[in-house]
Design a protein around this ligand. Structure first.
Ligand code: ASP
Length: 340
């Protein structure tokens, strides 16, 4: 018979706790957050079917991103992968669901940033890339530049392997109707008459974004958009502008924005969150609060998502809702649309 020995028992407890604490220390943590735009998104303007569609698409994108991170995928890969899923959905104002400009076609913008080395890539005024975020990645990886625009940028990206899509691919009935209403009212914003409950009746900015901290501790951010319905004169918003609609730095955080782009540019909103966090040495929550205050003061509407180097996150907006989600290695997997 084995006799109970207090000494042996203490040794066992000591080694066991040592091993467990080491395991916890070495545990690979990650976090991913996504958004699909902010705006006047009210439950009463949604049908259960439409709500389900949004939730399912957000869930699919978040899940794919999380799985990729679990398998050891990098932050930058994950951002591109997730944004492509959102771009391929007609629900969001990016890629397939992009809004119409004043001339009746889609002009898309996107940007991506790697927090490890501050490498970044952006494109704007893109009409025929199936996934504008792919173009942004190509600019980052295959040029010495940061920001390319228009047809020549597009041709270059296609030459480097980006998938071409004919204009007909981007046509969606909802966006067309939205455009017709905006034309009639001569507004650049989306009009909501509340009669028909379709996605075009929800007043929102449907830009998509993704921010990630991977298991290696690296951060990355990406943002992709069709801009604003009925936009004129080659207008470019904040989404492809590094520091305005998108930013990532391993020393602070990764941020992606959505909303009235002009105000995000004026307020350098994405960079402000990161700079406040880093130089004022305050929490991500506090940095976001201060930046949101600035956006409010400027008159900007929308929101932003961010994850910091310690794995903390925020999903904030000054509108009625924001399509959003977050997942991390502590078991959080959460998707939301409305304020609460
Ligand atoms: N921020 C985008 C822009 O101004 C619009 C959006 O977020 O939907 O182009």
């Amino acid at each position: 018979m084995i006799k109970f020995s207090p000494i042996l028992f203490s040794i066992f407890i000591f080694f066991n706790s040592f091993y467990t604490s080491k395991k916890i220390k070495n545990r690979k943590t990650y976090i991913i957050a996504i958004h699909g735009g902010a705006g006047t998104i009210k439950k009463k303007n949604m049908t259960p079917e439409l709500e389900k569609k949004y939730l399912e698409t957000l869930k699919k994108a978040l899940k794919k991103g999380e799985d990729h991170l679990k398998k050891g995928g990098t932050a930058i890969q994950t951002v591109e992968l997730v944004i492509k899923i959102l771009e391929d959905s007609p629900l969001f104002n990016a890629g397939k669901g992009a809004v119409f400009n004043h001339n009746g076609y889609q002009e898309m913008d996107a940007s991506i940033m790697d927090g490890k080395n501050l490498n970044c890539g952006a494109i704007s005024g893109i009409t025929n890339l199936k996934n504008p975020i792919e173009g942004a990645r190509i600019v980052m990886d295959s040029t010495k530049h940061v920001f390319l625009y228009g047809k020549r940028a597009q041709d270059f990206c296609i030459k480097k392997g980006a998938v071409y899509a004919d204009s007909s691919y981007f046509f969606t009935k909802n966006r067309w109707e939205q455009f017709q209403r905006a034309l009639k009212k001569n507004t650049i914003e989306l009009d909501h008459d509340g009669k028909n409950k379709t996605e075009s009746d929800i007043k929102k900015f449907g830009t998509v974004g993704c921010v990630v901290k991977d298991i290696y501790g690296n951060l990355a951010a990406g943002t992709s958009t069709g801009g604003l319905t009925n936009k004129k004169y080659g207008r470019i918003g904040d989404s492809p502008i590094i520091g305005a609609g998108n930013y990532a730095d391993n020393n602070s955080c990764a941020i992606s924005c959505t909303g009235t782009g002009e105000y995000f540019i004026k307020g350098t909103i994405a960079r402000d969150v990161a700079a406040l966090y880093q130089f004022k040495n305050i929490s991500l929550k506090k940095a976001a609060k201060k930046t949101m205050k600035k956006l409010n003061k400027l008159g900007g509407r929308g929101g932003f998502i961010a994850v910091d180097k310690n794995g903390k996150y925020i999903l904030v907006f000054n509108t009625r809702g924001m399509f959003r989600g977050v997942a991390n290695s502590n078991g959080i997997f959460d998707i939301k649309i409305y304020k609460n």
